[in-house]
Design a protein around this ligand. Structure first.
Ligand SMILES: N[C@@H](CCC(=O)N[C@@H](CS)C(=O)NCC(=O)O)C(=O)O
Length: 243
C-alpha cells in the first residue's frame, strides 16, 4: 500500500499544506489505497512534504507523485483534455503553487495574529524551554524563503494585490463550470481545491481570504470537491459539502 507522508489534518483542512492535500486528492482520484503517516518530515528526502513510499520506492514532490501515479498505474488525470487544455491546466496549477502559495505563506507566517493561531501550533510538542528559540528560528527561515522567492520584498498590500489577482483569475476561469476544466474533476482540481480551500480557511484573518470569499463560485467549488473527495466531511474551509 502507498504511504503518504503528511503533516496530518490541521486548521480545519485535510492538511495545513496545500501540496499534501493535492497529493491526497490525487490518490483519491486514482482510487488507490493509501495510508497517511505523519512521522516522515525528518526523513523527507527534499526536506519538504509531501512524499510517498510505494513498494519501496520513494517519490518526493507533489508533481513527481502525480507523474509516478500516472506512469505506474496508467492513469491520466487529464483524461479527455486537449493539448491546449492540458497546457492551461498546467499554467493554472503552477500559478497557484508558485505564486498564490507565497501570498498564503506570507498571510500565515508573517502576520503575528495569524501565526499565533496557525503555524505556531505546529510546535506545541516542543519542550517549553527551547520552544521560543526554535519557533523564532523557523519563522526566520520562512521569512528568508519569502525574501529569496521575491514576495517577501513587497509591502503587505502589494502581496495581497498579487495573490488577489491569482484568486480572481481562478474564479474567472472556473466561471459556472462544476470543476476547473469541465464537468468532471481533472488533475488541476487536486491543486485548485487545495489552494482555494487554504486561502478560504476561516482560521486566518487575511485580505486574501476576503478576496476569495467575494467569489461565490469558488466557495461552491470547494463544497463540491469536499462532497466528492471528503464525503465524511460536512464542510471544509467554511464551504458546505454539496454536489
Ligand atoms: N514543490 C513541492 C512543495 C512542497 C512544500 O513546499 N511543502 C512545504 C509545506 S506546504 C514544506 O514541507 N515545507 C517545509 C520546509 O520548507 O521546511 C511539492 O509540490 O510537493
Amino acid at each position: 500500500m502507498i504511504t503518504l507522508y503528511s503533516f496530518g489534518p490541521g486548521f480545519g483542512l485535510p492538511d495545513p499544506s496545500p501540496f499534501v492535500t493535492k497529493a491526497e486528492v490525487l490518490l483519491k482520484m486514482a482510487g488507490l489505497p493509501y495510508r497517511a503517516d505523519t512521522s516522515g518530515f525528518n526523513k523527507a528526502p527534499k526536506g519538504k512534504l509531501p512524499y510517498i513510499e510505494d513498494d519501496g520506492e520513494i517519490v518526493a514532490d507533489s508533481t513527481f507523485i502525480r507523474w509516478h501515479l500516472e506512469k505506474k498505474y496508467k492513469i491520466d488525470f487529464d483524461r479527455g483534455l486537449s493539448p491546449e487544455q492540458r497546457a492551461i491546466a498546467w499554467a493554472f496549477e503552477k500559478m497557484m503553487e508558485d505564486h498564490l502559495y507565497w501570498a498564503m505563506v506570507h498571510a500565515r507566517w508573517i502576520d503575528d495574529a495569524n501565526f499565533a493561531k496557525g503555524p505556531a501550533t505546529f510546535f506545541r510538542g516542543i519542550p517549553a524551554p527551547v520552544r521560543p528559540l526554535l519557533v523564532a528560528m523557523i519563522r526566520r527561515k520562512v521569512r528568508r524563503a519569502l525574501h529569496s522567492q521575491g514576495f517577501g520584498r513587497h509591502a503587505s498590500n502589494e502581496i495581497v494585490a498579487l495573490g488577489t489577482r491569482s484568486v480572481d483569475a481562478a474564479a474567472d476561469f472556473l466561471g459556472t463550470r462544476p470543476f476547473m476544466m469541465g464537468a468532471e474533476p481533472t488533475g488541476l482540481d487536486a491543486t485548485a481545491f487545495a489552494f482555494v480551500a487554504g486561502v478560504l480557511c476561516p482560521l486566518f484573518d487575511t485580505p486574501l481570504r476576503g478576496a476569495a470569499e467575494r467569489h461565490e463560485n469558488l466557495k461552491r467549488y470547494v463544497g463540491r470537491m469536499t462532497a466528492r473527495f471528503y464525503p465524511d466531511r460536512v464542510e471544509i474551509a467554511g464551504c458546505k459539502a454539496a454536489a
